[in-house]
Design a binder for this molecule. Structure first.
Ligand SMILES: [Zn+2]
Length: 232
């Protein structure tokens, strides 16, 4: 047994050796999801079209350069398993891995090539302490890594705690998120093209609020990318 395979076996003691999408055992060459699930990932391809269902979410609401989601989210589907593993099982590697896949796709898109800095949607510090990490930051780091640009996760911040938003209408969500974001050093983003990143897109209210905050900075351009797209 080589040192490397011994190390890999040891690693598998601590990290689940199963595909996070289908639950089948992973082969040694596979990472996070099996090749079969990787091949079958329900990609949207939205980032190759300026007009798409995600960009339409923001029409008339906030000035976004380009918007996309990487994968279709369906109840009980592989993407739900992945997002669940990332969010609730704390598998940060899954977020970074999926972010990298997303980032290499975005690099092929003329619409997203101009992006200079990746900015994750912040969690409230209390919530982040409870969960131990911000899942959007994991995705953002993966995207930034694949696109070879920086990820800045400590400038856009959440100011007040909002209650969990899952079961609210678009309008009550907007009331809930309005004015809750702020910037530590606005000058850092001046005249930069930013890519705002979140895990799942539903109504877009949180992203809208973040983008509105960022757009107060002179010369800023904002594009939006979420890992998954859930139709509402
Ligand atoms: Zn699988």
């Amino acid at each position: 047994m080589t040192a490397l395979s011994w190390f890999s076996d040891l690693l598998h003691l601590f990290y689940p050796n199963v595909c996070l999408a289908c639950g089948n055992t992973l082969y040694r060459q596979e990472e996070v999801i099996c090749f079969s699930c990787l091949y079958k990932l329900p990609k949207t391809g939205f980032h190759f079209h300026a007009e798409n269902p995600v960009s339409r979410v923001f029409w008339g609401r906030v000035d976004i350069q380009a918007a996309t989601s990487f994968l279709f989210f369906s109840k009980g589907g592989s993407v739900q398993h992945l997002v669940h593993a990332l969010k609730y099982k704390g598998l940060k590697e899954a977020g970074v891995y999926l972010g990298k896949l997303f980032g290499s796709d975005l690099q092929q898109s003329e619409l997203f090539k101009p992006v200079e800095i990746v900015v994750p949607v912040p969690l409230h510090p209390k919530k982040e302490r409870k969960r131990g990490f911000n899942q959007s930051t994991c995705i953002a780091k993966g995207i930034a890594d694949a696109m070879n640009i920086p990820c800045v996760d400590d400038n856009l911040i959440r100011k007040v705690h909002t209650s969990t938003q899952t079961k609210k209408s678009r309008y009550s969500r907007w009331d809930n998120v309005k004015g809750v974001f702020g910037l530590v050093h606005p000058a850092v983003f001046e005249n930069r093209k930013l890519l705002l990143v979140d895990d799942v897109l539903t109504t877009g209210a949180t992203l809208e609020s973040c983008a509105a905050c960022l757009l107060q900075i002179p010369g800023v351009r904002v594009s939006v990318a979420t890992l998954a797209y859930a139709q509402v």
